[in-house]
Design a protein around this ligand. Sequence first.
Ligand code: ATP
Ligand code: MG
Length: 570
Amino acid sequence: MNDQAPISNAPVQHFIRSIIEADLASGKHAGIVTRFPPEPNGYLHIGHAKSICLNFGLAKDFDGACNLRFDDTNPEKESEEYALAIQEDVHWLGFEWNGSVRWASDYFQALYDYAETLIKKGLAYVDDLTPEEMREYRGTLTQAGRASPYRERMVEENLDLFRRMKAGEFADGTKTLRARIDMASPNINMRDPVIYRIKRAHHIRTGDTWLVYPMYDYTHCISDALENITHSLCTLEFEDHRPLYDWVLDQLPVPSHPRQIEFSRLELHYTVTSKRKLNQLVTQGLVSGWDDPRMPTIHGMRRRGYTPEGIREFARRIGISKSENVIDMAVLEGCIREDLESKAPRVMAVINPLKVVLTNFQDAASANPTTSRSAGFHPNHPEFGERDVPISREIWIEQDDFSATPPAGWQRLAPGGEVRLRYSYVIKCEEVIQDAAGNVTELRCSIDHDTLGKNPQGRKVKGVIHWLSATHAKPIEIRLYERLFTDPEPDGHKDRDFLTFLNPASLQIVQGWVEPAIENAAPESRYQFERLGYFCADRNDHKPGEKLVFNRTVGLKDAWTAGQGQKGGS
Ligand code: ATP
Ligand code: MG
């Protein structure tokens, strides 16, 4: 049903894999250790999924290990809720980290001690410049920076001041510790970067123990080294930070010197992949939460019905490189659809019901006392089992499966025309009932009794439509989703805020009906509703046997390129 390659687990070659293969072949490393280092300041998104699949995937493929390490160096923005959600996401995607969860804060003491080492070597100094002054001294891309008047402080003074910073003698922001590198470096990151700041903030792990916190660049490389990471994989914006990564490790007696390798970030059309912006959507109430099924978060995609296998396949298909990685949503949806195609049991649901009375149904019942038929849940998977599909005198069909004035080639129902009810009889439309305004409110149809499981005699009926017994169908709330933004790159406009591109029609809630066979479906069960798309019982709101709530995961066909809605055709 799709011209893309089938889902496979075959690894795709890329430059990072080649580097690893060479390092193993040359004996530089006996095995590899990677890490996934999220900051617990929001929920993970599809971009993080790419990084997770890369880091954990490589560890798996090369029999190595991948650590999960929280980069918790910004106490104000971080929370336990985020940290727990991140762990849940990694597991859900199908990966297991090496040993226990690690935290950069586990290394706060070691990081502090290393900072004293730098001071003692004359490679770090306490600076009193204000942030504004520091910016001014830093210079620009075309202009060298200038040395701070405090740059030449003696080792003893620096050590004393740094210890007093730690002891709480100075107010937040009044002093920093800076690496003493090169104010004239063409790389601004090397112009004496700040490595410690004073901050009185409660930390989720260390509480109020620390009043000075290490900066990310300083923390990250040392954490990697302490964990004996072999390949530290990050996104391209850190390329200019690599000299600093290497400089710090070169100066210190750390146990190893990992190699930082950069790859390009994933960007997805019609959405945003920035925790800050996703956070804005949540805090401003523009979505129902981080797990809103329209969100590109792993929690959101999960709730919508995306599968871990589908997301992993997506990561495999988009590959790893240093060139721009802007991907159309259709690629992600294609992976999900392909995965669900063979996994999701199929049942019938009706979203826009049109009442049909089967006028000679009684005859059918007397001719054949069974009023339900057994039908398989999947045409290619008999092991999925079967269920009874009941029929009664009144049924529902989809409104748009009937046309009072059918176009040429119409194969669904029309006045005087015939159609097969999926798994059941061929029916003929005998009468169309309309209200005063001319809307079709009901059809009267007759059953051809001799068509159960066989073709009608002497004529061909091509159309097959889905339907439900009105007496047996269960009400269901259906949530239909469209893209969250109306612009392919909502955050790519200098003059317009990304929020102005929010799609007001991204969520439509409708009342539909479904076969009784799935009324007890557990939350997160996925089904294909025949001819309509793939749907997933909502993780939060669906209550088996009580209140059925399904999210449309994805349509049956790619409707993005065609620019239509996502509803599957006939
Ligand atoms: P955001 O910009 O969304 O806040 P971040 O990079 O600040 O993301 P981190 O928690 O620091 O988020 O990211 C953890 C890891 O995930 C990092 O190694 C980062 O490079 C990677 N990552 C983040 N966003 C993407 C993306 N869009 N594509 C690929 N990898 C990503
Ligand atoms: Mg970050």
